[in-house]
Design a protein around this ligand. Sequence first.
Ligand SMILES: Nc1nc2c(c(=O)[nH]1)N(C=O)[C@@H](CNc1ccc(C(=O)N[C@@H](CCC(=O)O)C(=O)O)cc1)CN2
Ligand SMILES: Nc1nc2c(ncn2[C@@H]2O[C@H](COP(=O)(O)OP(=O)(O)OP(=O)(O)O)[C@@H](O)[C@H]2O)c(=O)[nH]1
Ligand SMILES: [Mg+2]
Length: 458
Amino acid sequence: MDTDTIAAISTPLGEAGIAVIRMSGPEAIRLADRIYQGKVRLSEVESHTVQYGHIVDPDTKERVDEVLVTVMRAPRTFTREDVVEISCHGGMIPVQNVLEAVFAAGARPAEPGEFTKRAFLNGRIDLSQAEAVIDFIRSKTDRAAQVAMHQAQGRLSQLIQSLRQDILETLAHLAVNVDYPEYDAEQLTAQVILEKSQKIEQEIDQLLNTARQGKIYREGIATVIIGRPNVGKSSLLNALAHENKAIVTEIPGTTRDVIEEYVNVRGIPLRLVDTAGIRETEDVVEKIGVERSHRALEEADLVLMVLNYAEPLSEDDRKLLQVASQHTTIVVVNKTDLEPGFDLEEVKQEIGDLPVVRMSIKKEEGLNRLEEEIAQLFMEGKAPSADATYVSNARHISLLKQSKQHIRDAIEGVHADVPLDMIEIDLKNAWQSLGEIIGDAVKEDLIDQIFSQFCLGK
Ligand SMILES: Nc1nc2c(c(=O)[nH]1)N(C=O)[C@@H](CNc1ccc(C(=O)N[C@@H](CCC(=O)O)C(=O)O)cc1)CN2
Ligand SMILES: Nc1nc2c(ncn2[C@@H]2O[C@H](COP(=O)(O)OP(=O)(O)OP(=O)(O)O)[C@@H](O)[C@H]2O)c(=O)[nH]1
Ligand SMILES: [Mg+2]
């Protein structure tokens, strides 16, 4: 394992009141002393204390910045190594100068995620907890942050560990029979294996059932607004965002490209995409936009199909409704403040079973009902539970599915009277797949790949 001393800026780059440069490693305190001037040498201060002083150039001894320095000795630290944090003045130049002094003192630039990687390699947190840290930083809504925070605190890890414990106990039961076949009636063992495996499968299923909502919290619902030109798609995006993000005009064909925006609907993050109005068009620019609209539609979890209540349903509307009916769609009938151009009852045929929400975005009517409908579709109307553990990471979901398959193999093996040592292999595989979620015996390049997605300085 790397045991050199690393350093990076842990705060955003740009103008700020202060910025934090973090160092971690066995030499962190000694190296910091080379560039620190204060009342007491850092190697002599008590752990977990803050010191006032100056950072100086290690060669010229010229003062670089006035700082506060936190000294934290291993093992009670973020990385479990010695950590020094320098709070300097924010702003590109002071931060760069202090960082250069830190490197000149002998620290090496940290890679993205390397501090958290060390926390993992040193056993302070497991892999799923480390992955939650990055989810936490990237979360777009309170709810997403809460799910990530729970995972960072080890809730998922505990569930995985208890599942693995169950498998181990089953394996122990099996081992007795494999080693001393005459000791136990084979039939009886098979029965016990079967019951335990079924229980484990159920528990894995319960976790997998949280995946849909977990993914929604994490990535947002990919939502695309479609409809003919001028029906009010961009107005709808603005209404949901409570902000004027997209340009709205009375000219059909205003939106030429795809506009993306994160919005928060009752704690559910929506990745909202406004598209160019879809119609048969000769305008080249508009045509490209329309093609992109079609593509956005293909990738959508939710489609908001907007109709203009003031105009009769057109051929384009009917075509779009047909496409939309292949997706999870809510039909938004907009401009209900105007004289109706069609009778909703009469177009029931085209709309079919799709939920319909009547709105006048202009008069700010109907937005609540639309939000309710979205929450209903994706949260089954239930308020998301603050306590539940959600599986949200694609890697975790895939490993849970693998593990479930191994358990299924074991169950089918018992039914087919397969020799017990074959079933033992299935159970061991299930145990292994679960272990990979928390980083047990995972390959180094996978670890590198996961942590490389982190921010620099994390
Ligand atoms: N200045 C600063 N602020 C920060 C961080 C940091 O590294 N530095 N954090 C970085 O993300 C977050 C806090 N997370 C942390 C998590 C664990 C430990 C830590 O030292 N854990 C030890 C000791 C715990 C204890 O004293 O009880 C441990 O778990 O063994 C520190 C920070 C947010 N704020
Ligand atoms: N009367 C009325 N007008 C509305 C309503 N919602 C939007 N409009 C108007 O309809 C026009 C078109 O709105 P946009 O949001 O730009 O429509 P769009 O679907 O994005 O149009 P394109 O980008 O051209 O495809 C604008 O003049 C809006 O002010 C509504 O509820 N009632
Ligand atoms: Mg538009």
